[in-house]
Design a protein around this ligand. Structure first.
Ligand code: ADP
Ligand code: MG
Length: 357
């Protein structure tokens, strides 16, 4: 049992709670993402796990051992910061060997381990190059090699890809994920990018104002967000204020009514609720089709066609909807044309409205 376990971990800076009573278990060998907007406490929580910050209260345990007051350098965890913090004038090999030198690993063993890691990150020919002469993606890989050089039991990554441009960033997401799976190293990664979290994580911990808003597998959170905050933060969604009286009908902002499934009705408390429907679940039909239940009349207001996917904004009476499809499926869509948008009952989800603060 080598789980990382956090119990009621809290960090106050003066009177403000950066992390507020976080309970969490990180399973062995998995990649877990801390996801949330800037300032929600992701870095503080990661630094507490690393031992770089002491919690105001609560405990951090790993493999059954209480680490709360164990210094960072005795935790046996590897870490990559947002800034990477590589030593610019050292070579790639010297950077990777650094943690091994600190641990007084012998020269031969150091050289062997560095060679192994250079193979792993596919930079065997760059051993003697100063890191200042590497590309962004190469530096990234060196930082990860350095973090795992002494075979840490836990790898902690704080927005390690945030400095990279979009394309390289997406490539590195796949690369890091494959490496993590190959090594089976338990990893926690902080990110504010939901797409990155969904690409890489076994489990996502969504954070809001120092607290855990939801924990789950990426698709479970996407499909079944527990709150408006989570629904809004994970992916694109149509989130509409609706009236709900506990029957099978809900009232949309313009006054029209649609039907929702019984199971979904049960999950939404009567009162201040929102309707969530993901853009890919809204289907568009030509205006000539016969309207049925849950089919709303509207007008195409905007089309974002990026070749591989297409999003249409539809003006309905009293609200707008986004529908996502592919250009192939809707070849003759035009701005200004009348359209019917269908909201299938099984794809409509009622969620609690965000509480005002
Ligand atoms: P995130 O990484 O999610 O952006 P942080 O963990 O960096 O969030 O910060 C959470 C909150 O704690 C923020 O309000 C931030 O201003 C505050 N905070 C973080 N570190 C300190 C510190 N050393 N002193 C005072 N406030 C801090
Ligand atoms: Mg941060």
């Amino acid at each position: 049992m080598t789980h990382l376990t956090l119990q009621a971990v809290t960090k106050r800076f003066h009177t403000a709670y950066a992390v507020d009573h976080v309970d969490l278990t990180v399973p062995d060998g998995k990649l877990v993402c801390f996801l949330g907007p800037s300032g929600c406490g992701k870095t503080t929580l990661l630094r507490i796990i690393a031992g770089l910050e002491t919690p105001s209260s609560g405990t951090v345990a790993f493999a059954g051992r209480d680490l709360t007051h164990v210094p960072a350098n005795q935790r046996d965890f590897g870490m990559v910061f947002q800034s990477l913090a590589l030593f610019p004038h050292m070579t790639v090999a010297q950077n990777i060997a650094y943690p091994l030198r600190l641990r007084r690993v012998g020269n031969d063993a150091q050289a062997a381990r560095v060679a192994e890691l250079l193979e792993l990150i596919q930079l065997p020919h760059m051993a003697d190059r100063p890191v200042s002469r590497l590309s962004g993606g190469q530096r990234q890989r060196v930082a990860i090699a350095r973090a795992i050089a002494s075979s840490p039991k836990l790898l902690l990554l704080d927005e390690p890809l945030s400095a990279l441009d979009a394309k390289l960033r997406e490539a590195m997401q796949v690369e890091i994920r494959l490496l993590q799976q190959r090594l089976g190293i338990t990893t926690i990664m902080v990110t504010h990018d939901q797409r990155e979290a969904m690409t890489m994580a076994d489990e996502i911990v969504v954070m809001e104002k120092g607290r855990i808003a939801q924990v789950g597998k990426p698709l479970d959170i996407y499909r079944n967000p527990v709150s408006e905050f989570v629904a809004d933060f994970i992916g694109l969604g149509n989130i509409l204020p609706v009236t709900f009286d506990g029957t099978d009908r809900i009232g949309l902002p313009g006054g029209q009514q649609i039907v929702v499934d019984a199971a979904l009705r049960a999950s939404g408390a009567a009162g201040d609720v929102r309707l969530l429907i993901r853009p890919e679940d809204v289907s568009m039909r030509a205006a000539s089709a016969n309207p049925g239940p849950n089919v709303l009349a509207g007008k195409v207001a905007f089309i974002r066609d990026v070749g591989s996917s297409l999003e249409a904004t539809i003006d309905c009476a009293g609200f707008t909807l986004t529908a996502a499809t592919t250009p192939r499926e809707t070849p003759d869509l035009q701005v200004g044309m009348p359209i019917f948008a269908e909201l299938p009952p099984h794809a409509c989800k009622l969620i609690a409205a965000r509480t005002a603060q």
